[in-house]
Ligand binder design. Structure first.
Ligand code: UDX
Ligand code: ADP
Length: 468
């Protein structure tokens, strides 16, 4: 029987994505006495995890994977075998927003989660602790339990825990090594508490006990949605103020700094931008909106929905500012797009503001020349040829991709900074200016460049949240 002190725990993580990969690699790194196998139905992804070129870019991830791979960390596409072998199973599959059917555009598509749960039910021949790691709508654990209970018997039991992952991309390894908290949700039955203590014993290898907190299953699931909603709300709040700043002459960075010094407010997540992206914020808020509506709480739904509306407004507003500055037309003009990832230090493009901005630019028949240091070109092609963004024909006519920012900017009328990559702060803008059409514009959607220096060079500069 499994105890909290078992030295030979076997963990299987279903889903080798941005969450499952780094989070379970860190468990292997910190727990040499535990065997961790990350499985995925996508064989290509598993091949990449087993190669020198990992499919997820995260500072510090390579070192951790290379230190443990083949010792106590394995990547495999033999999903069934490793499910059956494991004591603990993390479910880290994707839960995107539904594109059609009931709740389309708001609710999460739980098909992958359900199929992974059914797989566990089908192949398990011994008891398992099943841990929800993917961000899921509240009460998902209940559906998982219904599926697993229907397949349990006197010899096999399934305990379900919620253990939401709070890592942010780009800082995932640091977030995992030094988490603000680890949250474990469980039933408060003796079995639930026992399962919880087994999982806690994994984290206790490196996380101080007082940071490992427990809650009931529903609180744990809701806390993850709530944390993301509160963070996104701060960004929409500062972005709404950026519109006032641009109209009045206030400077949004000064406003954020002054407000952030109040210890009740704090300085983080107050950086005005072209709008938040990423796989979580929008999805989780829409989930919250859907949940509120289904609980017959329309005012609550409208409140959170406004955070997403403000985010879309910010992207439209930034586009309008660009078009207005470029003499009310960007048709056939050349725009250099600096950055395509949804934030710096990641190659992830999910819900990136770049996609929406480029969609608007292409609708105006502008030509775009994209440079991003980490996003693979095939990913840019996939994102921009989505039928909701542009046709393949338009993409071929209007979009070019570059390996170097200087090449991307050559012959353009404007540079649009979309992602806050550090390298954009230190480019030789004098050289870039010399090779652009005049007047040459810079639109800084992240407020990262020194606009005084650019102005001196001769650029016309617009910065989000500043009336310059
Ligand atoms: C987020 C949460 O931070 C994390 O806890 C959760 O587990 C997953 O969702 P992530 O999406 O990886 O993480 O990145 P985050 O750093 O939160 O940034 C999200 C978006 O907000 C990015 O597009 C970022 O550029 C933008 N952002 C962030 C701002 O525009 N301004 C800010 O001040 C902070
Ligand atoms: P996240 O950001 O939540 O980690 P990703 O899309 O990066 O999301 O990763 C989720 C991974 O889960 C994908 O690689 C996908 O192939 C995998 N996956 C989805 N369903 C299953 C399943 N039933 N069994 C194994 N892997 C799955």
């Amino acid at each position: 029987m499994l105890t909290a002190f078992s030295p030979k725990l076997k963990i299987c993580c279903i889903g080798a994505g941005y969450v499952g990969g780094p989070s379970c690699a860190v468990i292997a790194y910190k727990c040499p006495d535990i065997q961790v196998t990350i499985v995925d139905i996508n064989e290509q992804r598993i091949k990449e995890w087993n190669s020198d070129n990992l499919p997820v870019y995260e500072p510090g991830l390579d070192e951790i994977v290379f230190a443990c791979r083949g010792k106590n960390l394995f990547f495999s596409s033999d999903v069934d075998f490793h499910i059956n072998e494991a004591d603990l199973i993390f479910v880290s599959v994707n839960t995107p927003t539904k594109k059609s059917g009931l709740g389309a555009g708001f609710a999460s598509d739980l098909a992958y989660l359900e199929s992974a749960t059914r797989r566990i039910a089908k192949v398990a021949t011994s008891s398992k602790i099943v841990i929800e790691k993917s961000t899921v709508p509240c009460k998902t654990a209940e559906s998982m339990r219904a599926i697993l209970d229907a397949n349990s018997n006197d010899l096999i039991r399934f305990d379900i825990l919620s253990n939401p992952e709070f890592l942010a991309e780009g800082t995932a390894i640091n977030d995992l090594l030094h988490p603000d908290r680890v949250l474990i949700g469980s039933l408060t039955t003796p079995e639930g508490i026992r399962a919880r203590s087994v999982l806690a014993s994994v984290y206790e290898h490196w996380v101080p006990k007082e940071k490992i907190i427990t809650a009931n299953l529903w609180s744990s699931e809701l806390s993850k949605l709530a944390a993301n909603a509160l963070l996104a709300q701060r960004i929409s709040s500062i972005n709404s103020l950026s519109a006032i700043c641009e109209a009045t002459g206030a400077d949004v960075d000064e406003v954020a700094f002054a407000c952030g010094l109040d210890s009740r407010i704090g300085p983080k997540f107050l950086k005005a931008s072209v709008g938040f992206g990423g796989s979580c914020f929008q999805k989780d808020i829409l989930n919250l909106v859907y949940l509120s509506e289904s609980l017959n709480l329309p005012e609550v739904a409208a409140y959170w929905n406004q955070v997403v509306i403000m985010n879309e407004y910010q992207k439209e507003r930034f586009t309008s500012r660009i078009i207005k500055s470029l003499f009310n037309t960007i048709t056939n003009k050349n725009l250099a797009i600096f950055g395509f990832a949804f934030k710096k230090n990641t190659g992830d493009t999910r819900e990136s503001a770049a996609i929406t901005l480029i969609k608007y630019f292409l609708r105006e028949n502008a030509n775009v020349r994209i440079y991003d240091p980490k996003v693979p070109k095939e990913q840019i092609v996939r994102d921009l040829t989505d039928p909701e963004v542009a046709s393949v024909e338009k993409f071929n006519q209007r979009v070019q991709m570059f390996d170097c920012p200087y090449e991307a900017a050559k012959g353009t009328d404007a540079i649009v900074i979309v992602t806050e990559w550090d390298e954009f702060k230190v480019l030789d803008y004098q050289k870039i200016y010399g090779e652009m059409n005049k007047p040459a514009f810079v639109f800084d959607g992240r407020s990262i460049v020194d606009y005084n220096v650019l102005k001196k060079i001769g650029f016309k500069v617009s910065v989000v949240g500043k009336a310059i």
